[in-house]
Design a protein around this ligand. Structure first.
Ligand code: ADP
Ligand code: MG
Ligand code: ZN
Length: 612
């Protein structure tokens, strides 16, 4: 392959040079005038020609005044014969020095080359470039095997420390310990303690896994290598594995060091899961990780950090002791942590006098650190758009809604009829929530459409409880049904606006039945519903499913739950129809009702929340 391309290069170069030389000689002098045979004969007869060189069919003519000219004789006939045919004066011809040249070999070949080989030359040159390109590609393929290792912190350049990470106390503690291991290994080795090999950070997207790893990089003071496993998933089988090998080799060379594999689930999925081909590459890569982690010597002070938001799909071999034996779960922040995170990200933003981040934290349950950062950013954008110098509390509240529901669509023209339907729909949600003891309190109602929602009712849990009861779920489900029920009662019709409510309610009901054992009919049995199954993978084949008879029973139970939620919602709305009208009326007037105003409004009616 190599010698072939080398030859081509040599040949191409020579041909190019020949062509160059040729064209140089051709273009060296001014081109002599070309004469027709008639003109030539006339000139000979007039005695104006001193010399003619004949080579092949070409005639090089020198005139008396010293100028040159060319002409062509007829093909396949002698020179004098041609001239005779044109009636040359024989005596005049005799005055001309005639020289007949053998067509020289070189000239002949140059002519042939120029005419027939030049296109070929161009073609060859083209192929040559193609070859070069292919060779480049080949080199790239070889380069694929090299891990795309980045020394030091992933992402941004600025150094991150543990103080930049709010909350996540347990995770931080664990990682501080790791950093300590790396800084004073002797202390631990003397005690006979093994240095952990792998630490797996698990948490939902945006919960701060990468951030925490960056903090470790900033604090540890040892070389920190960063790769993202998603970069391994390449077309070529074996590339991922060789990259892993490369990464571990580099990390070992610089030990003590930390190797951070971000998004390891991209390669660390359960082997055997996934149908068809395409997972071979992942398997090989995963196997290589396992091999490398087993190959660590105890003195080899390399700690492997990995992060994933899908610990459920990870291969159990990865989680075995000696590999990622430390697993750190990053929970979504609770209220206090959210306030801390907001404070951290508010540092470089000008907040208006008296802005309180606590209520922002209250209104953002379930938000990740990244979401909270986004809230502050959106608030800053809103403030800038209003040409203000500082960010107000209102900007913050508005941005929460924007992050959750999408931007307000003020421009959308809504007919009075549609507005009326939306007002009663949202009032229905709010009233059902207010009339049930176990429902979450209403924070805000609005009929300004946002994103895909026509209007919305914001309800927030008073305390963040990880445990939920059946009664709470029932109240939640009834609240979801509130909009639908209200439309039926007041408008005597159902709009498409209720569809996402119904969808959510159905999902909740199904979970109650199949997951939490909250149905008396089905009892305490959990069924796989495919929610978390690896797509078309192992679970698809092996996990136990419900029988057809059981499926039918589950379906009927789910529907029973939904019906009782609907009945409950309707009962509440019919009982308090006056309040429903009042809320809807206020909504039509003001479009948005905040929590205090809502509470005032209900107070007038002396509503007593019902216990289910
Ligand atoms: P992931 O867990 O998906 O890797 P990241 O670590 O990339 O999430 O977090 C995204 C961003 O969210 C971070 O850059 C940071 O600004 C913010 N963030 C997340 N969690 C926290 C936290 N506990 N404290 C401060 N900022 C956080
Ligand atoms: Mg990340
Ligand atoms: Zn609704």
């Amino acid at each position: 392959m190599k010698s072939f391309s080398k030859n081509i290069t040599a040949v191409a170069t020579i041909l190019l040079m020949v062509a160059l030389v040729f064209s140089f000689f051709m273009g060296g002098e001014p081109k002599p005038a070309a004469l027709t045979v008639n003109e030539l004969v006339d000139k000979i007869n007039a005695g104006a020609v001193t010399r003619i060189e004949v080579s092949g069919n070409d005639l090089a003519i020198t005139l008396k005044d010293g100028t040159k000219a060319t002409a062509k004789k007829e093909f396949e006939s002698g020179f004098s014969e041609t001239l005779k045919n044109y009636g040359v004066d024989q005596s005049a011809l005799r005055q001309v020095a005639l020289e007949v040249k053998e067509e020289s070999g070189v000239q002949f070949w140059i002519g042939v080359l120029a005419q027939s080989l030049l296109p070929l030359l161009v073609l060859l040159g083209f192929f040559w470039f193609m070859m070069r390109g292919a060779k480049g590609g080949q080199n790239q393929v070889l380069g694929f095997g090299k891990a795309n290792l980045k020394l030091s912190a992933p992402g941004g350049k600025e150094k991150v420390s543990f103080t930049d990470v709010a909350g996540l106390k347990e995770a931080k503690q664990e990682l501080i310990e790791i950093v300590d291991f790396l800084k004073n290994p002797k202390k631990f080795l003397d005690m006979g303690a093994k240095i952990p090999r792998g630490v797996l950070l698990m948490g939902s997207p945006g919960s701060g896994k990468t951030l925490l790893a960056r903090a470790v990089a900033g604090e540890s003071g040892v070389p920190f290598f960063y790769i993202s496993a998603s970069e391994f998933v390449e077309m070529f089988v074996g590339v991922g594995a060789s990259r892993i090998r490369d990464a571990f080799t580099t990390a070992k060379k610089h030990s003590p060091s930390i190797l951070f594999i971000d998004e390891i689930d991209a390669v660390g999925r359960q082997r055997g899961a996934g149908m068809g081909g395409g997972h071979d590459e992942r398997e090989q890569t995963l196997n290589q990780i396992l091999v490398e982690m087993d190959g660590f010597e105890r003195e080899n002070q390399v700690i492997v950090l990995a992060a994933t938001n899908r610990p459920d799909v990870l291969d159990s071999a990865l989680l075995r002791p000696g590999r990622f034996d430390r697993q750190v779960v990053l929970d979504l922040p609770d209220i206090a942590d959210r306030e801390e995170i907001l404070k951290i990200h508010a540092k470089n933003k000008p907040l208006a006098e008296g802005v309180n981040l606590r209520p922002v934290a209250v209104r953002t349950p379930g938000f990740s650190g990244a979401d909270l950062e986004n809230v502050l950013n959106e608030a800053a954008i809103l403030a800038a758009r209003e040409e203000k110098k500082t960010i107000s509390q209102d900007n913050l509240f508005m941005s929460i809604e924007k992050v959750v529901l999408g931007p307000e669509r003020k421009g959308r023209i809504i007919s009075d009829r549609e507005k009326n339907v939306t007002a009663y729909h949202e009032a229905g949600h709010a009233l059902v929530a207010a009339s049930l003891q176990d429902a979450d309190p209403v924070h805000k109602i609005s009929i300004i459409s946002r994103g895909r929602a026509g209007g919305y009712t914001m309800k927030l849990p008073t305390e963040e409880n990880r445990l939920k009861t059946k009664k709470q779920f029932m109240a939640e489900m009834a609240t979801m049904m509130g909009g639908y029920a209200s439309e039926q009662i007041v408008i005597k019709d159902v709009s498409t606006g209720a569809s996402s409510d119904l969808q959510e309610a159905s999902k909740l009901a199904r979970r109650m039945v199949t997951k939490y054992g909250m149905s008396d009919v089905i009892g305490p049995v959990v069924f796989a519903n495919g929610e978390e199954a690896v797509f078309m993978g192992r679970d698809f084949h092996h996990e136990q499913r419900s029988s057809e008879a059981m499926s039918a029973k589950i379906d009927s139970e789910v529907s029973a739950f939904l019906h009782s939620a609907e009945d409950l919602a309707k009962k509440m709305l019919i009982t308090h129809k006056k309040i429903l009208d009042a809320i809807a009326k206020r909504l039509l007037e003001k479009e948005t009702i905040e929590q205090e105003e809502f509470n005032e409004l209900i107070k007038e009616f002396d509503l007593k929340p019902l216990a289910i």
